[in-house]
Design a protein around this ligand. Structure first.
Ligand code: ZN
Ligand code: ZN
Length: 539
C-alpha cells in the first residue's frame, strides 16, 4: 500500500522547516495524534530492553493538546450517556487495581521523586507540580478513590459548634437503589425521566456581556472566594440532594466557566425530583469555610515573616513565632465569637429540566455538558479589552486569597501555612487556583458519582487503556503489570528525536492501523458475502 503523504512529508520537512511543521501539526490533528507527546523511558524487566516511548499528553498531563482534549471529551460524553437513564442497578465491586492504575501510581511515584530532587537542587518545580496535579486527577479518573498520598496527618476533630449545620430540609427514609422512579403510560410504555440541573453562583454586581458595569462596586473578593470553594458547595448540594431524594442519587456533572468568569455547574441526575424541591435544596445549601481570618493584612511589602529552621516563621520585628496552621484552627475552635471566613451559597438562578431517555433533548444536554471540557475556565475570554481587564481584576483579587491550608498567602495574615517550609512568599503561591487559566477554581472539571455506571467505568477504563496502548503501538493484551518500569526523560535528552520526527512517526503509525482496520473490514465483508452465496446455493 502506498502513502504518498508519508513520502512527501519528510522531504518537505527538510526543505521548508517552519511551514511544513505547521502542516505536520494539522495532519497530526486530523489523525487524532497527540501533538505534545511526553517521552518516557520504559525499562522492560523481562528482556532488559530500555526504550523511549511517547505517551499522549492527555494520559499524563493536566493540560491536554487539542487531539487529546477532543478524545477526552468523546470518552466523557460516552460515559455520561451510559449512566443517565440506567435501567438496572450497577453492580459495584471494588475491583483489583488494573495495569493502568498501577502504571499511574508508579509513574506518580517517579515524578514525585523527580520533583523533590528538583526542589532540593533549588530548581523551578512549576512544571513538575503541574504534572503531579494532573496525575492526581488521572488517578481519580482511572477509577481510584482518594489521594495517592493518603491522609498524612490525623483528621482534626472539630468542635460541635464548628460543624456544618444541617440545612432546613425534609429528610426522607433512604431506599437502597440508585435508580429513579419510572412511570407507566396508558399504552404500557415505561418512561424513565431524569434531570438536567444548572446551578449558578450569586451576583457580585450587574454585568453586561460578562463584564461588570461598575468594576468598583463588583464584589471581586466574594467572587474569588466563591470560585476557590465552589467544589465544597457542590459536595454539600449532593449530600442534601440525597437526604431529600430518598434514593442514592447518582450524577454526572461538569464545572464550566460563565462569561463573567465564575464557575457554574451542569449536572445530569439519574431519576427525578419535583422541580420545586431541587430549587428548595439549592436555596438551602451552603458551605461554611472555617479558616483563620484573611481580611486583616499583618505582613506586606518588605515587612514579611522570616523563616527559622527550628521555630518556623517569625514576626520580623518582634521575633514572635507565628501560630501554626493547627494552632490557628484550635484558636478558632475556642473563640466563642468566631465567624467563618466565608459562607458560600448558590445564586437564585437555578435551572431544572426534565429529560427522557433517548430523546434529542437528552443528546443535546450531553453535548452541552461536555461543551467546555476542552477549555479551561480562563479560556472563555473572547478577546474583548473589557473582558481582559475584568479577568485581570479577578486575578488581582485571587493573588492574596489563601487557596488552601498550605497556601503561602497565610503568611500575609499572620499564620504559618500548613506544612510551612523555607522560601514561602505571600502572593507567590504556585497552586493552580491563582493562575489565569483557572481563575480560582482548581478542582476537577468532571464530577461523576461512584455508582453512575459501573459498566461504563469498566468500558471507560478499557477505552483509556486501549488508547494509551494504541498510542504506544502495542496490542491491547493483558501483560504482567510489573513488567515495565517507567522513568521520566530529562529535557534535552539526546535520545529523544525532535518533535517533528516523532509526530511523523505517529501519523505513519496511525495510517498503518487505519489501513489494517480497513483490510480487516474488507475481509469480514467478503466473508459475509461468501456466506450469503453459500446459503444461496444451498437454497
Ligand atoms: Zn496530547
Ligand atoms: Zn495559594
Amino acid at each position: 500500500m502506498t502513502h504518498p503523504h508519508d513520502r512527501a512529508l519528510p522531504r518537505a520537512v527538510r526543505q521548508a522547516m517552519p511551514m511544513a511543521r505547521d502542516v505536520l501539526q494539522e495532519v497530526a490533528k486530523l489523525h487524532g495524534v497527540c501533538i505534545r507527546p511526553v517521552p518516557l523511558r520504559r525499562l522492560d524487566i523481562v528482556t532488559g530492553k530500555s526504550e523511549i516511548i511517547d505517551v499522549p499528553c492527555g494520559a499524563v498531563l493536566d493540560s491536554k493538546c487539542p487531539p487529546c482534549a477532543k478524545r477526552n471529551r468523546q470518552l466523557r460524553m460516552a460515559q455520561c450517556r451510559e449512566g443517565w437513564h440506567l435501567e438496572q442497578e450497577p453492580a459495584v465491586t471494588p475491583d483489583e487495581p488494573n495495569e493502568e492504575q498501577r502504571w499511574l501510581v508508579e509513574f506518580r511515584a517517579d515524578m514525585q521523586a523527580k520533583r523533590d530532587a528538583a526542589e532540593q537542587a533549588g530548581d523551578d518545580t512549576t512544571d513538575l507540580d503541574a504534572v503531579l496535579a494532573g496525575l492526581d486527577e488521572e488517578i481519580n479518573a482511572a477509577g481510584m478513590r482518594g489521594s495517592v498520598l493518603g491522609r498524612t496527618a490525623p483528621k482534626r476533630t472539630r468542635s460541635t459548634r464548628r460543624r456544618q449545620d444541617a440545612p432546613d430540609l425534609p429528610k426522607r427514609k433512604m431506599t437502597h437503589t440508585t435508580l429513579g422512579r419510572t412511570f407507566q403510560a396508558p399504552d404500557g410504555k415505561t418512561y424513565r425521566p431524569s434531570l438536567f440541573v444548572t446551578l449558578t453562583l450569586p451576583s457580585y454586581g450587574k454585568v453586561r456581556d460578562g463584564v461588570p458595569i461598575d468594576p468598583d462596586t463588583y464584589d471581586y473578593r466574594r467572587a474569588a472566594r466563591d470560585a476557590l470553594h465552589f467544589s465544597k458547595l457542590v459536595d454539600r448540594f449532593v449530600q442534601n440532594l440525597r437526604r431529600v431524594a430518598s434514593y442514592d442519587v447518582q450524577y454526572f456533572a461538569a464545572v464550566e466557566p460563565q462569561k463573567r468568569l465564575s464557575p457554574h455547574l451542569h449536572m445530569a441526575i439519574r431519576g427525578t425530583l419535583p422541580r420545586a424541591e431541587i430549587k428548595q435544596i439549592a436555596a438551602a445549601t451552603y458551605h461554611h469555610v472555617w479558616w483563620p481570618q484573611a481580611d486583616e493584612v499583618r505582613f506586606d511589602g518588605d515587612h514579611l515573616p522570616v523563616w527559622d529552621e527550628e521555630a518556623g516563621y517569625l514576626d520580623p520585628a518582634t521575633g514572635e513565632v507565628l501560630p501554626t496552621w493547627d494552632e490557628a484552627l484550635d484558636q478558632l475552635d475556642t473563640d466563642e465569637d468566631a465567624e467563618p471566613l466565608h459562607v458560600i451559597r448558590f445564586g437564585e438562578q437555578v435551572d431544572v429540566q426534565g429529560v427522557l431517555a433517548g430523546t434529542p433533548d437528552a443528546d443535546q444536554c450531553i453535548r452541552y455538558l461536555s461543551k467546555y471540557l476542552t477549555k479551561s475556565i480562563g479560556d472563555t475570554l473572547d478577546g474583548g479589552q473589557a473582558q481582559r481587564e475584568h479577568a485581570s481584576r479577578m486575578l488581582d483579587a485571587l493573588r492574596y486569597e489563601p487557596c488552601s491550608p498550605t497556601c503561602s498567602n497565610w503568611l500575609r495574615y499572620g499564620v504559618q501555612p500548613k506544612g510551612a517550609k523555607a522560601g514561602m512568599v505571600p502572593g507567590r503561591c504556585r497552586s493552580k487556583a491563582h493562575k489565569p487559566e483557572h481563575l480560582g477554581y482548581a478542582g476537577r472539571r468532571v464530577l461523576v458519582s461512584r455508582k453512575w455506571s459501573n459498566k461504563t467505568l469498566a468500558e471507560h477504563k478499557q477505552d483509556r487503556r486501549t488508547w494509551v496502548l494504541e498510542a504506544l503501538g502495542q496490542a491491547d493484551e493483558p501483560t504482567d503489570p510489573h513488567r515495565y518500569i517507567w522513568r521520566p526523560v530529562p529535557a534535552g535528552d539526546a535520545n529523544v528525536p525532535p518533535l517533528a520526527v516523532r509526530l511523523l512517526r505517529s501519523v505513519h503509525e496511525r495510517q498503518r492501523w487505519r489501513a489494517q482496520l480497513r483490510e480487516l473490514e474488507a475481509r469480514a465483508a467478503g466473508q459475509d458475502l461468501s456466506a450469503t452465496e453459500d446459503t444461496g446455493r444451498a437454497a
